[in-house]
Design a protein around this ligand. Structure first.
Ligand code: PLP
Length: 399
């Protein structure tokens, strides 16, 4: 009798992608901060108060039995609220039946959009310093992120020539994050118009992550690329309420796009997440309906005060902070600190800061290609006033 040959496959082991999927430095610092009882300015968890009306509405929604799957693109009431708000605040007309998908946060939105629009090997431009999840998500789909550096000597201005130089026949899209994490950059109309012209010329999508749209300071104004002339068809807006309502754990985000992209995006959002949490969809809808201009203006004002508080403490401690126009992070240079913080790179020096002051920040290298960002730390100021005051007091003790 001939013995059947044993077919041996590739064996036990991880996928080709897996070794590259390291734990994010932000989460690592959060864990280290928790271990020593530090004040965590590393993660954008946003632990400010949830608006009472939103909180109450979530409880009511659960009591009323909204605890089951929703339509894959979200409940009609929330899609309507998102469409109305977008038209009211950004003058972008949105059809809630055909142009909105409610997603599992802006993170789920980006993943579903990338699956729907890109193939392995496609190139997607994004701006450096970048948000790590954008890079990680693209890589997880074998899409190639191509970083285009912003000018750190000119408050992160965009050099449109660098964008043009980065385009190849494989380029499919440009990712814009405005206001941005970590730089707090709010793209100007001129910059966005420059990107729009390039997108039209090379037939590219613009993916715009606008999760911090309501966190805007001073003279800065939030402009969605979708509102620019002739850009609606090729712009995919990704946003959500994690930050605006301080509900990062609820996972409520959304996509606004031309109706022709929505079925594929919706398909992948369904495949990955089925739907966003049902009671929280209801609560977010109530929040959007009830909280108007005054709420959003108050949110920006409240965070502008927090920004000033942290900027001042960082300067007193010897850092040289960039002043963000939006979002709620500060990138601060450690150059002026000499060797007050020990370590050879940003990750080590952030740990030294945690040891010396009990304040957790993230090493700037998490937001740049290898070898860059080593003299920067990122601090989050979306914290309750008491915690932020304590962090400022501890930072001032550094020198
Ligand atoms: N996009 C950016 C730029 C972010 O900074 C964050 C959170 O830090 C997210 C998306 C995540 O948003 P969500 O909680 O809606 O997934």
């Amino acid at each position: 009798m001939v013995e059947a040959e044993v077919v041996r496959g590739r064996g036990l082991g991880l996928s080709g992608l897996a070794p590259r999927v390291a734990q994010s430095e932000i989460r690592a610092m959060t864990m280290e901060s928790d271990l020593v009882g530090g004040v965590n300015l590393a993660q954008g968890v946003c632990d400010t108060e949830v608006p009472a009306v939103v909180l109450e509405a979530a409880k009511t929604a659960m009591d009323e039995g909204h605890n089951i799957y929703t339509r894959m693109d979200g409940i009609a009431r929330l899609r309507r609220a998102i469409a109305e708000k977008t038209e009211r605040m950004q003058s972008i007309v949105v059809d809630p039946e055909r142009e909105v998908v409610v997603t599992s946060g802006a993170t789920g939105a980006f993943h579903a959009v990338a699956m729907a629009l890109f193939d392995p090997g496609d190139e997607v431009l994004l701006f450096e310093p970048f948000y790590g999840y954008h890079v990680g998500t693209l890589r997880s789909l074998r899409v190639v992120p191509v970083a285009v550096e912003l000018d750190g000597t000119a408050n992160w201005a965009l050099d449109i020539e660098k964008v043009k130089a980065a385009i190849t026949p494989k380029t499919r899209a440009i990712v814009v994050n405005t206001p941005s994490n970590p730089a707090g950059k709010v793209f100007t109309r001129t910059e966005l118009e420059g990107l729009a012209a390039i997108a039209k010329e090379h037939d590219l999508f613009i993916l715009t992550d606008e999760i911090y749209e309501h966190f805007i300071y001073g003279e800065a104004r939030h402009i969605s690329p979708a509102s620019l002339d002739g850009m609606r068809e090729r712009t995919i807006i990704m946003s959500g309420y994690s930050k605006t309502f301080s509900i990062t754990g609820w996972r409520i985000g959304y996509i606004i796009a031309d109706a022709k992209w929505i079925p594929a995006i919706g398909y992948f959002s369904d495949l990955l997440y089925v739907c966003a949490p049902a009671p929280f969809q209801h609560a977010t809808a109530v929040g959007i309906e009830r909280l108007g201009k005054t709420f959003y203006a108050g949110l920006a004002m409240e965070h502008e005060v927090k920004r000033e508080m942290l900027l001042s403490a960082l300067r007193d401690a010897g850092f040289d902070p960039y002043v963000p126009d939006g979002a709620y992070y500060i990138l601060a240079s450690m150059k002026g600190l000499g060797d007050v913080l020990e370590g050879e790179n940003a990750a080590q020096r952030s740990r030294s800061l945690l040891r010396k002051t009990g304040v957790a920040a993230v090493g700037g290298s998490a937001f740049f290609r290898a070898g860059k960002g080593e003299d920067l730390l990122r601090f989050c100021f979306a914290k309750k006033d008491d915690d932020l005051e304590e962090a400022c007091r501890r930072l001032r003790s550094l020198t």
